[in-house]
Design a protein around this ligand. Structure first.
Ligand code: LLP
Length: 418
């Protein structure tokens, strides 16, 4: 559930009129709802209240400082995949000892910085990475807390680009190898083996793949106990899907309950790394219709947002709902439109075959744009990246200025004159 609703035929975010925001700040514009972010975070946290846990929001979904700030204030931890994300979490007031560091390509300087600030855990994805962390920890005379990200080889039944827990994927350490790699890790002087981790994919709409992955982790955990390796936490990754159209993903509470049942009385700290489930439906992208164009076979609504602002439709053929900010009266003629951006690519669309009543100048909202929206934005076609706003009840705060052309070109140089 979110807080983007119509009042008197106007779309609101909480108590703020979207049209007012768009008129004042321009479009394209990302609008986030603080109450929605908080609600989604609590949907994870509440069913875990009576047991040790840490909800490490996956920063990659939306790394705006204000989003991180809202979550840090609720006691969130953070799942990061780069030092850029680490610096953002710290700048937003996140606690270093609530950060887990995932990703297959951690560089030496990133590992050093993470050890310097004292993160909770590295989710290690390969033997060479383990050796690199051991060497750097030795140089710094510290012990590095580590988990192995195990690849449980289960099919999450999601889009192939965002499925990560199959043998064929680049992620994690193969299930059959994991026991031996744990032995190697336990023998390293500067590593502290604290947990196990898995993440099987994203936009997963069923519980079974998560349970299958957990079952496999528990087999491993028992084998490790036989080897004298006692773990403190289980990190079950992120990946819980959201409703974009008619999907029916389990609620976070049902998902957490099902996993807890499977764990019975095993007492581990549970870590989750949700990104999309917290941020996706907490944001919309507001855009204005520039032109209505009749093609031979299709009608195009050309809007001022494009694939550089919201890449998911172009990249994954993802479907996101597009709704009018101020709906026309019911008797206004409607037709089927492709909602497309100004970028010079056929793949530059936000939605296809949408039945809408439109006029030039209308405002549209692309829903479910809070996760993997701005975070994947680029300057393609030398377009400035959009502004971002956080709504909080009847107030709103500009949390990122619209990029300027000066900012876009900052750091670039022409060649010296001869
Ligand atoms: N943990 C790890 C290690 C991850 O790789 C990811 C996402 C997450 C947590 C968070 O997953 P979530 O709860 O958000 O599903 N750009 C794609 C999604 C890519 C997800 C990559 N990894 C999209 O727009 O659909």
């Amino acid at each position: 559930m979110d807080f983007f609703n119509y009042h008197n035929n106007q779309l609101f975010a909480e108590e703020v009129n979207i049209k007012t925001l768009a008129d004042e700040l321009g479009t394209p514009l990302y609008v986030y709802s603080r109450a929605t972010l908080e609600r989604h975070f609590k949907a994870y946290a509440d069913p875990l209240a009576d047991q040790p846990h840490l909800i490490c929001y996956a920063v990659k979904a939306n790394s705006n400082l204000a989003v991180l700030d809202v979550l840090a204030r609720l006691g969130a931890g953070f799942d990061i995949v780069s030092v850029g994300e680490l610096e953002r979490v710290l700048a937003a007031g996140g606690e270093p000892d609530r950060i887990v560091f995932s990703g297959v390509g951690k560089q030496a300087h990133e590992i050093r910085r993470a050890l310097e600030v004292g993160i909770k855990c590295f989710n290690v994805e390969s033997i060479p990475e383990l050796e690199r962390i051991e060497r750097i920890a030795e140089e710094m005379a510290v012990k590095a807390p580590i988990s192995l990200r195990v690849n449980p080889d289960v099919d999450p039944k999601t889009h192939p680009y965002i499925s990560t827990g199959l043998k064929a994927n680049k992620f994690g350490i193969g299930f059959e190898l994991a026991r031996e790699v744990y032995r190697q890790a336990a023998a390293m002087q500067h590593l502290d083996v604290v947990g196990v981790d898995c993440h099987i994919g994203s936009q997963i709409t069923q519980i079974d793949p998560f349970l299958d992955a957990l079952d496999r982790l528990l087999v491993l955990v028992d084998q490790l106990a036989e080897d004298g390796i006692q773990l403190q936490h289980l990190d079950l990754g992120g990946g819980l899907g959201v409703r974009y159209s008619d999907e029916t993903p389990p609620l976070p509470s049902a998902y957490v309950r099902a996993l807890r049942e499977r764990l019975a009385d095993r007492s581990y700290e549970l870590i989750f790394e949700p990104g999309r489930a917290i941020a996706a439906n907490a944001g919309i992208l507001v855009t204005r219709v520039e032109y209505l164009k009749a093609g031979q076979d299709k009608h195009f609504a050309i809007v001022d947002a494009a694939m550089n602002d919201l890449l998911r439709p172009a990249l994954y053929d993802a479907w996101q709902e597009i709704i009018p900010v101020t709906p026309h009266p019911e008797n206004h003629p409607s037709r089927v439109w492709d909602i497309v951006g100004p970028v010079c690519e056929t793949g530059d669309f936000l939605g296809k075959d949408r039945q809408l009543a439109l006029e030039p100048g209308d405002l549209l909202a692309v829903r479910s744009a809070g996760a993997y929206g701005f975070a994947m934005a680029s300057n393609y076609n030398s377009r400035n990246r959009p502004a971002e706003v956080m709504v909080d009840g009847s107030q709103w705060h500009l949390v990122r200025q619209r990029e300027s052309y000066e900012q876009q070109m900052a750091g670039e140089f022409t060649l010296p004159s001869q």
